[in-house]
Design a protein around this ligand. Structure first.
Ligand code: DC
Length: 227
């Protein structure tokens, strides 16, 4: 009999490589991969484009009622691209102007409720790897395997800088450092579902690990959890 599918959650700080690991695990296990941060980023893009005042609860509610999020598999990436009202916004949501606003948008209770409901629906059939900040604590507290990822802040700055500089050569290391520090602070100190390590999470500090080493470690945990 085929083993029962499980839920794997990967939470942790920005730019720890959560999505890369989640994607690789999902591929190996034949599971669905969901990048929950992309959902908050797509909502932020919508708010920026439509000039929504995010301090106005009514405007935020109204905007959310106009947003349809979806995913479309992109074979070139081996993962799903996020769709905002039918438009593929996977690249646009990675831009710094979205990154600069997303923590504020993700701190709003209404926005979190909107995203969490969709995330829980996506995981209803299990067989899913989802990465984010509150996936093991709020979205799927019953997940069979929870991983909490961390890495030294300067290592994360460098990784993020290299990633952004590939498409934006004008970007400065200082701008990336500031943005990351701000996001870390906001993610960990917001009132709604702050970034927390679930008590039953396995900690993965990848500062000194190669992508292959961390994959082997996480895959071992996954196999153990699947049984
Ligand atoms: O993982 P990321 O950098 O793409 O996430 C973008 C932002 O969304 C980040 O500031 C934290 C927030 N986020 C969140 O609050 N909860 C999640 N489950 C995922 C992301």
């Amino acid at each position: 009999m085929a083993p029962k599918p499980i839920i794997i959650t990967l939470d942790g700080w920005s730019s720890c490589g959560k999505s890369t690991l989640a994607k690789a695990l999902a591929k190996e296990l034949g599971y669905v991969f969901v990048d929950s941060g992309a959902m908050y980023r797509a909502v932020t893009l919508y708010m920026l484009r439509s000039g929504v005042d995010i301090t106005d609860e009514q405007q935020v509610q109204q905007a959310l009622s106009q947003i349809e999020l979806g995913f479309a598999f992109n074979p070139a990436r081996g993962a799903s691209d996020i769709m905002l009202n039918g438009e593929n916004v996977e690249s646009l949501i990675r831009e710094l102007k979205v990154a600069e606003q997303v923590s504020k948008v993700a701190a709003l209770a209404t926005v979190r409720k909107f995203a969490v409901q969709q995330q829980q629906r996506l995981g209803a059939a299990k067989g899913i790897v989802m990465d984010g900040r509150d996936i093991g604590t709020v979205v799927f507290p019953q997940a069979e395997l929870k991983i909490f990822m961390t890495a030294d802040p300067e290592t994360r700055v460098l990784r993020r800088y290299r990633e952004l500089a590939a498409t934006d050569p004008g970007i400065s290391m200082e701008a990336v450092r500031e943005n990351l520090a701000l996001r870390d602070h906001m993610d960990a100190h917001r009132e709604e579902s702050p970034l927390r390590q679930a008590p039953d999470a396995k900690v993965l500090d990848n500062t000194h690990l190669t992508p292959e080493q961390q994959f082997t470690l996480a895959l071992g945990w996954a196999k153990e959890a699947i049984g």
